[in-house]
Ligand binder design. Structure first.
Ligand SMILES: [Zn+2]
Length: 236
């Protein structure tokens, strides 16, 4: 049987988008739209899974209609608006947390004019995990890793794993490069830090033959209506 290509969906913020133009406005997906997209997955026979739960499929050891659901940045609004929908449908998801902003906010985007978005605190992060979802890491400070020297890159990549594991009390095995910024050297540091997978913002479906430290995703934006969502899901 031919190993199938798996869509890894990428979301950030699940909230009512700012009314007026603001930088990064497109990363907000309206909660109603998110619910509708998740119901489409279910209706089409997809199982929505976290990176951890999807591992046997990503490795090609198991076949099935799977869509991986990921969120970048650990925003509180995902806990509030997306988790109830995921739980209702029996789906799991991965959220990639910025370790120095647990209980903080999107400090990395605010200087660029973005609206303030709170991040989950430690208690919410633990509850996210207790409800079957996965905690992934997204560096300490949401830096662009290719600009960091190797010592700093290692501190950001290994350090975020350690902080999140201390909060969680269990292992963190999934990582995501902020801004999709990575190089072969960054991938090597991520592998050495003990992660199993790392996701990028490269466009595409994931295949078993892909480098586990350079998995592509499908970015779902604010304006992606039903048809565009389905096109991204099917890789058209
Ligand atoms: Zn991010």
């Amino acid at each position: 049987m031919k190993s199938s290509a798996i869509p890894i969906l990428l979301y950030h913020s699940i909230d009512v988008p700012p009314a007026r133009y603001k930088p990064f406005r497109s990363l907000h997906v309206h909660p109603d739209r998110f619910r509708s997209q998740m119901r489409w997955l279910k209706r089409l026979g997809y199982q929505g899974l976290s990176m951890r739960d999807a591992q046997p499929y990503l490795e090609g050891k198991k076949q099935g209609k799977v869509a991986v659901i990921t969120f970048d940045d650990g925003f509180l609004n995902v806990y509030q608006h997306a988790m109830p929908v995921l739980n209702e449908l029996g789906f799991t998801a991965t959220n990639y947390f910025v370790a120095n902003q647990i209980g903080g906010r999107n400090e990395w985007d605010i200087p660029k004019g973005a609206i303030e978005i709170p991040c989950m605190n430690a208690e919410q992060l633990r509850d996210w995990a207790a409800q079957g979802h996965e905690v992934g890491a997204h560096t300490l400070d949401h830096i662009y890793l290719p600009d960091a020297d190797s010592t700093e890159a290692e501190r950001q990549i290994a350090g975020s794993k350690k902080i999140l594991e201390d909060i969680l009390g269990s292992e963190v095995t999934n990582f995501c490069y902020p801004y999709g910024g990575e190089t072969q050297a960054v991938r090597d540091i991520t592998k050495q830090a003990g992660y199993v997978y790392a996701t990028t913002t490269k466009r595409g479906h994931a295949r078993a033959s892909d480098d586990p430290f350079g998995l592509p995703r499908r970015y779902i934006r604010r304006t992606d209506g039903g048809l565009l969502f389905l096109k991204k899901l099917f890789g058209l």
